[in-house]
Design a protein around this ligand. Structure first.
Ligand code: NAG
Ligand code: NAG
Ligand code: NAG
Ligand code: NAG
Ligand code: NAG
Ligand code: NAG
Ligand code: NAG
Ligand code: NAG
Length: 420
């Protein structure tokens, strides 16, 4: 502004504006702390992201280690070794990638902000070495739809992680997709805490996840599905239990899941599905079931499942299912089996065979020990036998003596002599 130096107030105004701009650029001031002057640059700051004023207005700052895109409403804090959730997340954020860091612990209200991150819909926390997720860790995220906690060694997942920190208040969670693949607590923790029960408690607590539509629990080494774990998730559409160690399915696990569309059970340890489970799966109107890569045991217990497979339409790629046991049936296609192929009698199942061998070994050992004891004690036994024999002889001799005392004429004489 040439020649404007003489007008003091105008120059002061310009300086002030420059200073403000610098502060805004540095990201040091919050919009509310500025005096509400008439200037256009600050008026838009109190509302989140109108972004219509042409200027790069102040919709919230980007935390230094992160990359933010307001146009995509995405914030990425990826592989930054962060140990806590950044405090100053921009309020426009809809998708937050907070992956590959070292958060370790996620406390209550880890994402609670003032004003709340109302638009945050997708939160990816995978690979953060999370050990502990506290009660109410995702509180005050009213728009959260998708939550990914995969690849974390979760040893301590609070039962109220998805509901609220105040257990006495039922707080429904808005989450529709919950992704919990590869939660790999160290073996020492696994011994103490049952992964199955820990996850089940969090899924059940307070009916909070009634709105859940997708649940992924793949690669978690689950051995069983806890009873009623899915009973509180009536809206479930997709359930992924791939690559676990499920040995069997308990009757009732899938009851009431009438909206279920896909059920992934590949890569487990399933041996056979029983009548109850077959009926339950068949009763789900929209479901497609995936059963590949399980070690099916083709003995007489398989008859019902084979008959069902031949009829049902719900198993995807049912022609691919093959027997793993017994040996003579290996690689036989389940669909091509006749009930005459499926018997239990001639060959004992391997588990039973080993138990018989084990019983034989135990009996042989007991016998050997018995003989050894006899052998080591042979002197004592001999002595004992002698004692018994001697005792018998003494007894017999006494008997003889008394008997003979009357019979022996010499003794009779002796006694009569002594009388004299
Ligand atoms: C994170 O920590 C690892 C190991 O300490 C280091 O190699 C890496 O450079 C760090 N990354 C960042 C972004 O600081
Ligand atoms: C979360 O991030 C991980 C790592 O980048 C990625 O593999 C995964 O697909 C993401 N999850 C979702 C739901 O996009
Ligand atoms: C939990 O909620 C109840 C009912 O609103 C309230 O009385 C109680 O103080 C709350 N507890 C905590 C720890 O906030
Ligand atoms: C497992 O439990 C035992 C006994 O309750 C305890 O001494 C040990 O520290 C626990 N281990 C872990 C890893 O929590
Ligand atoms: C299956 O899960 C185990 C751990 O439970 C993991 O090491 C393995 O990579 C997983 N396999 C696949 C194909 O995801
Ligand atoms: C779930 O199934 C049980 C047994 O079939 C039934 O008694 C119960 O009413 C069902 N619950 C819902 C919510 O449909
Ligand atoms: C299973 O159901 C079929 C038909 O409903 C029946 O014929 C069969 O006996 C049942 N099997 C068992 C073990 O109950
Ligand atoms: C199974 O039964 C069908 C028809 O009953 C027959 O054609 C087929 O040869 C049988 N397969 C075996 C392996 O016995």
């Amino acid at each position: 502004m040439p020649g404007g130096c003489s007008r003091g107030p105008a120059a002061g105004d310009g300086r002030l504006r420059l200073a403000r701009l610098a502060l805004v650029l540095l990201g040091w001031v919050s919009s509310t702390s500025l005096p509400s002057s008439a200037s256009s640059s600050t008026s838009s700051a109190s509302l989140p992201a109108p972004a219509a004023s042409g200027q790069p207005a102040l919709p919230g700052r980007c935390p230094p280690p992160c990359e933010c895109s307001e146009a995509a409403r995405t914030v990425k804090c990826v592989n930054r070794n962060l140990t806590e959730v950044p405090a100053d997340l921009p309020p426009y954020v809809r998708t937050l990638f907070l992956t590959g860091n070292q958060l370790a612990v996620l406390p209550a209200g880890a994402f609670a902000r003032r004003p709340p991150l109302a638009d945050l819909a997708a939160l990816n926390l995978s690979g953060n070495r999370l050990r502990e997720v506290g009660a109410g860790a995702f509180e005050h995220l009213p728009g959260l739809r998708q939550l990914d906690l995969s690849h974390n060694p979760l040893a301590d997942l609070s039962p109220f992680a998805f509901s609220g920190s105040n257990a006495s208040v039922a707080a429904p969670s808005p989450v529709a997709e919950l992704i919990l693949n590869r939660l790999e607590p160290p073996a020492s923790v696994r011994q103490n805490r049952s992964m199955e029960r820990m996850v089940a408690a969090a899924l059940r607590a307070g009916h909070a996840l009634r709105g859940l539509r997708r649940l992924e629990l793949a690669s978690n080494q689950l051995l069983y599905l806890p009873r009623d774990v899915l009973a509180q998730l009536p809206g479930l559409r997709h359930l992924d239990l791939r690559n676990n160690s499920l040995v069997s399915l308990t009757h009732g696990s899938f009851r009431n899941l009438t909206h279920l569309e896909s059920l992934h059970l590949e890569d487990n340890a399933l041996k056979v599905l029983r009548n109850g489970t077959l009926a339950e799966l068949q009763s789900l109107p929209h479901v497609r079931v995936f059963l590949d890569d399980n070690p099916w045991v083709c003995d007489c217990h398989m008859v019902d499942m084979v008959a069902w497979l031949k009829e049902t339409e719900i198993v995807q790629g049912k022609g691919r299912l093959t027997c793993a046991f017994p040996e003579k049936m290996r690689h036989r296609v389940l669909l091509e089996l006749n009930s005459s192929d499926l018997d239990c009698d001639p060959i004992l199942p391997p588990s039973l065979q080993t138990s018989y061998v084990f019983l034989g070994i135990v009996l042989a050992l007991i016998g050997a020990i018995f003989l050894l004891v006899l052998y080591l004690n042979r002197k004592g036994i001999k002595k004992w036998m002698h004692n018994i024999r001697d005792a018998c002889r003494d007894h017999m001799e006494g008997y003889h003596y008394r008997y003979e005392i009357n019979a022996d004429p010499r003794l009779t004489n002796l006694s009569s002599n002594s009388d004299v």
